[in-house]
Design a protein around this ligand. Structure first.
Ligand code: NDP
Length: 284
């Protein structure tokens, strides 16, 4: 195994699998389609939604974007979601987050059918993740699992230390890692002596949003380090939560930023679209 874990090659392999599955569905007369719900004008969400649309085209899936101005459109958003839930030609719905201020986030997330919930944000899917049942789960924490699995890094029996307990990455990842039989420690902003905990990790996962906060001294020699963080650098580039060059000298393997976990996220949204079709078939 290379010390630098290449997310791009994992993503390429996942994309090939998706393409093949989508082609198989077309032979059954099913054209996978997702609806993308964009509320407001968050630039990162706009960028992400465009990359999902592009990924749909490349994989042979359809996508339709529904754009809304902001909190004033809440009733209209709910009405559109209710219509999409009933539309059998739409297999998945992707709500672009974060939502603008003033909108009732819980109401929007719960308005999506759990069977079409492409980023696993509905409370029912969160509960299925917690109880290790079948469901649709968020793509970024799934990317962490996939990047480890597809690089032959076993999770079972390992001590995984998560830094960050955010709703979109850290929290769902707690249960995903537990479901893979890791022993899990969760650290957050109130954790005292963070380095003491991180140094115990066989697998260290950082999902914080603080540039290079995981330093070489915080890593056990030989550990696998997964960097979820995406931070802008002063020169307009990107860096993770891990001090990559220095940590690389100590760790057994590290995911880079960019080119690591983030490379896989969009592909896993399409995997979820396929999963949504499978779940839909089971109940029809
Ligand atoms: P959140 O802001 O929701 O969560 C951040 C977490 O970090 C919180 O749990 C917080 O603790 C914890 N934290 C903050 N400061 C410290 C500290 N000094 N020591 C330890 N823990 C700390 O962020 P997200 O979960 O949404 O995202 C995390 C990172 O992942 C961001 O950089 C984001 O850009 C990136 N990301 C990357 C994606 C990808 O595709 N690769 C997708 C989504 C996110 P507390 O709970 O106590 O406040």
């Amino acid at each position: 195994m290379s010390k630098i874990i290449d997310g791009k090659s994992v993503a390429a392999a996942v994309r090939e699998e998706i393409k093949a599955e989508m082609a198989g569905l077309k032979e059954e007369g099913i054209t996978p389609k997702m609806a993308i719900i964009m509320i407001g004008d968050d630039p990162a969400s706009a960028f992400y939604s465009r990359s999902i649309e592009k990924a749909c085209i490349n994989a042979g899936a359809l996508s339709e974007k529904f754009s809304f101005n902001g909190a004033g459109d809440e009733e209209e958003v709910v009405a559109v979601l209710q219509k999409l839930n009933k539309d059998s030609s739409v297999h998945g719905i992707m709500i672009m987050l974060p939502l603008p201020r003033g909108i009732n986030k819980q109401r929007i997330l719960e308005a999506v059918s759990p069977l079409k919930d492409l980023d696993g944000v509905h409370p029912l899917n969160r509960a299925y993740n917690l109880s290790n049942n079948e469901g649709l789960f968020p793509s970024t924490p799934q990317s962490c699992i996939e990047i480890l699995r597809r690089n032959g890094i076993s999770i079972e029996g390992k001590h995984a230390v998560l830094v960050g307990r955010g709703e979109s990455v850290g929290k769902p990842l707690i249960y995903m890692m537990l479901n893979q039989n890791a022993t899990v420690t969760v650290c957050h902003s109130k954790t005292s002596d963070l380095a003491h905990h991180t140094r115990q990790a066989d697998i260290l996962i950082a999902a914080v949003g603080k540039p290079k906060m995981i330093t070489a001294e915080m890593v056990k020699p030989g550990a696998v380090v997964v960097d979820v963080g995406i931070n802008e650098t002063e020169d307009g580039g990107l860096c993770g939560d891990v001090d990559f060059e220095n940590v690389l000298a100590v760790a057994g393997a590290v995911t880079p930023v960019p080119g690591g976990v983030g490379s896989l996220t969009t592909a896993l949204i399409l995997k979820n679209l396929l999963k949504a079709i499978e779940l839909g078939k089971k109940i029809s």
